[in-house]
Ligand binder design. Structure first.
Ligand code: FES
Length: 157
């Protein structure tokens, strides 16, 4: 682990180590700070919270929310809930995964996009829906619309 990562993690552990049930809040803190919970952090977390490495690793790997590698430059969240399914989400998801060459919780080979499922974005009447980087909602997304969006995400800023 590089010194900058270590320096970022140590105070976060310090802040949570005496909190009962502090593991989940600490994992959120670390992911917020670093974009992921690196496997090298597990021994430090375990020592800081007086847990076994297996316990910490088990929690990190159980919750898909926690990444063990940094996310892509953009995170696409495709809605998998019922209303979007009724409006064609399954076909869009299959198209997206084929275009991206990756599945859920994975990142494209070029590091441009990570793909995550989401269960309802509150826009059920205008599905299928997806969210880009937690703040850009796209409604009635078609395969062609997805391709256009992907192209724009892959273009240099
Ligand atoms: S079901 Fe997709 S936005 Fe609600």
């Amino acid at each position: 682990m590089d010194t900058a990562t270590l320096a970022a993690i140590k105070p976060l552990i310090e802040a949570r180590k005496s909190l009962a049930g502090g593991l989940l809040p600490l994992l959120h803190d670390i992911q917020d700070a670093l974009g992921c919970v690196p496997p090298e952090a597990v021994p430090l977390i375990a020592a800081g919270l007086n847990l076994s490495r297996a316990e910490v690793h088990g929690v990190v790997s159980y919750y898909h929310h926690f990444r063990q590698t940094p996310p892509g430059r953009h995170v696409l969240r495709l809605c998998r809930a019922e209303a979007c399914q009724a409006l064609g989400a399954d076909g869009l998801i299959a198209h997206a995964q084929a275009r991206l060459g990756c599945g859920w919780h994975e990142t494209t080979a070029d590091g441009a996009v990570s793909l995550e499922p989401v269960f309802c974005l509150g826009q059920c009447a205008v599905g299928p829906n997806l969210l880009v980087d937690d703040d850009e909602l796209h409604a009635r997304v078609t395969a062609a619309g997805f391709d256009g969006l992907l192209k724009s995400l892959r273009e240099p800023a």
